[in-house]
Design a binder for this molecule. Structure first.
Ligand code: SAT
Ligand code: MN
Length: 605
């Protein structure tokens, strides 16, 4: 399709304006068809950027530049009119200044390339909860990934009509080509000092420059569905959250829907696709990363998964940790920064079997596994990814793309906490649950981001890098959402921790499929079963209320996992009081201070 197929005058004018600035060789409007996907994929394969995988039908491997392998949080900006509106947790630049800088970078940046216009819907096309975006990009890799991760094409333009609302998303890899020049099979991107992932919340606009990777470039995901959507959600009274959505079915065939927020590296995708170890229970996937929740007429919160695919971390994914993910990536998958086998398959660390021979690593070099060498560089980048079609997941719930969404019974918060936080406890009220969300933290596993390994990085609601406005106001928004309904209709809120360690430093809880034991207890809480005792920190499982049949964990460790660590919690509160809450100044809701003080006095009693 061409620019003349756009019937929305504002969109057309914007596309023309951007084309004038970025000066692509041509402009192409995506229709979202399979033919289009195949053609662009072939173009990338022919140019040497993509490597087709003999072992996986319709699947291609890409290798990025070593400087372009993940989201760049220190180059991500919330450019609201005031610094205060961005809050203490976001990078801020004055929007006029940032636009000036970026306009300079965008000038002529698409020379030698095609500019693609991607009309996409976050959520089922035409759903009341869904929203439309239009991404302009000079990357075929982005087009193909967006094709999997969102709903793309003509049908979106039809819904948009001549004056529908949309979020303009501008993206360039920032690597113009001179006449006759080509990428030569190299991943195009700008150097690190010239990458900008920018959000203009008042205008609901996204400008991204210089990176071709994941959340920096697939603008429907974190940029739109979390940062911009969180701003819209606050204005409109709903929630845009970094949460998985799962469907839990009991042996009696009863169903509950659960969302869960966990910082990265806590196994969100694995939980969303879990295979229970307790008989008769079933988990199905509605979403693995993002949930948009709105109130229905009945006063309950309904969630949709705004995405249409999974952008999952590859290393560590295997038949044990996530069989459904392994089944989802047998075909039609884009792999990025995984290692390549001689017979045309992918391989990564902890895939569940040894490298079947010499590999080509994610940097394109020959790699031979040396198990004796503990310091061997990994063959796949630790943030290597698969982009898989949601419909190819055998665990996908039949209602995963129901435009009405699914009614949420429980919300989970969790993090990687070696001590203090028990396996599971339940908040005694919505506000108590908001308090728990606000103090979510995770242990830093590798020294990163100037933080010491072993320290706890607070990541409220797992939204630290994704909240598009002042985090203190975001907490208040959560409190306000609770006032829109009643406790009996609001989801119950739980805090879980799969990552407790024994004094010997081993994981105390097996996790993965055995997390179903905790889910079953949560299910019964939602059914109103008498299976809990009230403690200083909230509701916890009654003795024998957790199904432990067939579990290989000692009684002593179980007791540790399910008791209140009074001294640990006192330290936790001291840390929140001294180091966490003061960041939010007078934006910290008084309700959260009250929850913290209430907990403190119960622990001291
Ligand atoms: O790169 S993404 O933002 O899409 C995934 C992640 O980093 O969580
Ligand atoms: Mn995520």
């Amino acid at each position: 399709m061409t620019i003349n197929d756009i019937k929305h005058p504002k969109v057309k004018a914007w596309v023309e304006e951007v084309a004038k600035m970025c000066q692509p060789d041509d402009v192409y409007v995506c229709d979202g068809s399979q033919t289009e996907y195949d053609r662009l994929m072939k173009k990338m394969v022919d140019s040497g950027l993509g490597i087709p995988l003999k072992k996986r039908p319709n699947s291609v491997l890409f290798r990025s530049q070593p400087s372009d392998v993940a989201r760049v949080e220190n180059r991500t900006y919330i450019a609201s009119k005031t610094k205060e509106a961005a809050g203490p947790t976001n990078n801020w630049i004055d929007p006029a200044e940032l636009k000036k800088t970026m306009t300079g970078l965008y000038a002529g940046c698409m020379k030698g390339r095609t500019m693609y216009v991607i009309p996409f819907s976050m959520g089922p096309v035409g759903s009341d909860i869904a929203k439309i975006g239009i991404e302009l990009t000079d990357s075929e890799y982005v087009v193909c990934n967006m094709d999997i991760m969102t709903r793309v094409g003509t049908k979106v333009l039809d819904v948009l009509g001549t004056n529908g609302e949309y979020v303009p998303c501008l993206h360039s890899v920032g690597k113009p080509l001179a006449k006759g020049e080509s990428d030569n099979g190299q991943w195009p991107c700008a150097d690190i000092d010239n990458k900008y992932i920018s959000h203009f919340p008042e205008e609901r606009t996204i400008w991204s420059y210089g990176s071709g990777y994941g959340g920096n470039a697939l603008l429907g995901k974190k940029c739109f569905a979390l940062r911009i959507a969180s701003v819209i959600a606050k204005e409109e009274g709903w929630l845009a959250e970094h949460m998985l959505i799962l469907k839990l079915t009991s042996p009696e065939g009863k169903v509950k829907y659960v969302t869960g927020a966990f910082p990265s590296a806590c196994g969100k995708t694995n939980l969303a696709m879990l295979i229970p170890t307790i008989p008769g229970w079933k988990v199905e996937t509605v979403g693995d990363d993002i949930a948009w929740m709105k109130f229905g007429k009945d006063g309950r919160l309904y969630a949709i998964n705004p995405e249409a695919g999974f952008f999952g971390v590859a290393p560590g994914t295997n038949e044990q940790s996530n069989k459904s993910a392994m089944d989802s990536i047998r075909k039609d998958t884009i792999f990025t920064n995984c290692a390549l086998t001689e017979d045309g398959d992918i391989w990564w660390e902890q895939i569940g079997y040894d490298a079947p021979g010499p590999l080509v690593d994610w940097k394109g070099n020959k790699w031979v596994q040396d198990k004796a060498n503990k310091a061997q560089e990994p063959a796949a980048h630790p943030n290597a990814r698969f982009t898989a079609i949601a419909k190819n997941c055998p665990a996908i719930a039949k209602e995963w793309d129901d435009p009405a969404g699914v009614p949420i019974d429980a919300i989970l918060f969790g993090g990687r906490r070696p001590s203090t936080i028990p396996l599971v406890h339940q908040a005694t009220s919505w506000n108590h649950g908001v308090f728990l969300g606000s103090i979510v933290g995770s242990e830093i596993t590798a020294a990163a981001l100037d933080l010491k390994a072993g320290t706890i990085r607070r990541d409220p609601f797992a939204m630290l890098p994704f909240c598009g406005y002042n985090m203190g106001e975001y907490f208040q928004h959560w409190i306000n959402v609770g006032k829109k309904s009643t406790e009996d209709k609001l989801p119950k809120i739980f805090f879980v921790n799969w990552f407790r360690k024994t004094p010997e430093g081993k994981f105390a809880w097996p996790g993965y499929g055995d997390n179903s034991r905790v889910l079953a207890w949560i299910f019964d809480r939602c059914e109103g079963k008498d299976n809990a005792v009230k403690t200083q920190i909230g509701w916890m499982p009654k003795a024998d209320a957790l199904n432990l049949t067939g579990l290989d964990v000692s009684a002593e460790i179980m007791k540790d996992l399910l008791s209140v660590d009074v001294e640990g919690w006192k330290k936790e509160i001291a840390d929140v009081r001294a180091n966490h809450y003061p960041k939010f100044g007078d934006k910290l809701p008084k309700e959260l201070m009250a929850e913290m003080e209430g907990l403190e006095s119960r622990l001291n009693a």
